[in-house]
Design a protein around this ligand. Structure first.
Ligand SMILES: Cc1cc2nc3c(=O)[nH]c(=O)nc-3n(C[C@H](O)[C@H](O)[C@H](O)COP(=O)(O)OP(=O)(O)OC[C@H]3O[C@@H](n4cnc5c(N)ncnc54)[C@H](O)[C@@H]3O)c2cc1C
Length: 197
């Protein structure tokens, strides 16, 4: 599959989980996809949910159906002088792949949740990480980003802003960056990774 599709940062597939006869599909990111060996990993942020249940009980040899999504990731051009990323445990695998791809780019990262024990691929020399607790359904995170971003952007000639949290929380910083701070669309990537209910 990987030899056919090629690989790119934040590449994901739609997984189809058995769910009492009704389809239950959820997106998951490929971790270190390798077209030569045809292998990749996956990392599940475990919650209450069908996908999480499947992951908890998965055993060697189990299979799951997947649909490959076509949307390739186009790296920002010109290359960013600094990456600004807003992420959480669900988007951590995608964030890691982005940090790997931009492997000389400094980054400011706001991470919603506790990073303790999570495999953030952090380079202390280049990455400034702010772990932000989830409060007020994500509004606290959005406020932290809103307070810091304008000044940070002033000092950055070619920024790239990447936001992937719950759908509602993702919207506010993306909209501020585009509408209030005038970041051109190609310099902002925002995708809701899960829906809070
Ligand atoms: C492009 C893309 C790539 C993704 N890659 C990954 C990945 O690599 N690893 C990963 O763990 N997730 C990833 N996600 C997020 C994952 O698809 C969702 O978290 C999904 O909703 C989990 O499905 P579920 O069946 O376990 O729970 P659901 O049935 O969807 O939800 C059950 C309950 O859990 C809540 N919930 C769901 N997800 C979360 C969460 N992340 N945090 C807190 N509460 C939650 C819901 O609000 C609901 O109340 C990705 C999403 C997208 C869009």
């Amino acid at each position: 599959m990987l030899a056919e599709t090629g690989v790119h940062p934040a590449m994901w597939v739609r997984l189809w989980f058995p769910n009492a006869g009704r389809p239950h599909q959820r997106a998951y990111t490929l971790v270190d996809p390798d077209p030569t060996t045809g292998t990749f990993g996956m990392e599940f942020a475990l919650r209450e949910g069908r996908a999480s249940d499947w992951a908890r009980s998965a055993r060697p040899g189990d299979t799951v159906e997947a649909t490959v999504q076509g949307a390739g990731f186009k790296g920002p051009e010109p290359a960013p002088t600094r990456l600004f990323a807003v992420a959480d445990p669900a988007s951590l695998p995608a964030l890691n792949s982005l940090l790997d791809a931009l492997d000389t780019t400094p980054a400011t990262i706001w991470f919603e949740g506790d990073l303790e024990g999570l495999p953030l691929r952090r380079d202390p020399e280049r990455h400034e990480v702010h772990a932000v607790p989830r409060r007020d359904a994500g509004r606290y995170l959005a406020e932290q980003v809103r307070a810091a971003l304008p000044e940070l952007l002033r000092d950055t000639p070619d920024p790239y802003l990447w936001i992937a949290c719950d759908t509602a929380t993702t919207r506010a910083p993306a909209s501020m960056a585009r509408k209030e701070l005038g970041l051109p669309r190609p310099r902002v990537h925002a995708l809701g990774y899960w829906r809070a209910t």
